[in-house]
Design a protein around this ligand. Structure first.
Ligand SMILES: [Zn+2]
Length: 152
């Protein structure tokens, strides 16, 4: 019996095996770039081992736009919050919020650079369906709406 010879390029698992380390490297590099920009503008960062996530906060000027809508944004392996240290900003909800942001970090690992446009498309569709920011976005629903601070 002859087995068909398939090119590695036609094997989806071969692409996945390549994508995982590339997405990991991309996620780490993106997170490191955000932390470096925040540190340069006077902000601070910290690694949260319980969540496998870096947090960074503060800073001056353009870097504060990385926050998004005021609740912070996760870029690769790093969660940025302009308002200040997430531990003091979220208090007893800190664990829930970082669990939410760690889910976004996992989304970066799964999709790599494709997460950004995918997230934007999901947000546009979600807003058309629900009329509310975040509530219909598949990525926010996956990460957990309540722990993300969404009131839907
Ligand atoms: Zn979120």
């Amino acid at each position: 019996m002859k087995y068909p010879i398939r090119s590695a390029a036609a094997d989806p698992l071969a692409w996945l095996a390549l994508a995982v380390p590339l997405n990991f490297a991309f996620s780490r590099a993106l997170g490191a770039a955000v932390r470096a920009a925040v540190r340069r503008s006077g902000g601070a960062d910290r690694y949260e081992p319980a969540f496998g996530l870096w947090t960074c906060c503060g800073g001056q000027g353009l870097v504060r736009r990385l926050d998004g809508y005021g609740g912070g944004t996760t870029y690769g392996s790093t969660y940025y919050l302009a308002a200040g240290d997430p531990r003091s900003q979220f208090g007893r909800d800190f664990g829930a919020r970082l669990t939410h942001e760690a889910a976004h970090a996992a989304q970066w690992l799964a999709l790599g650079p494709a997460l950004a446009p995918s997230y934007l498309v999901a947000e546009v569709i979600g807003r058309l369906v629900t009329g509310t920011p975040g509530c219909g976005n598949l990525f926010e629903r996956w990460a957990g709406l309540e722990s993300g601070g969404y009131r839907c």
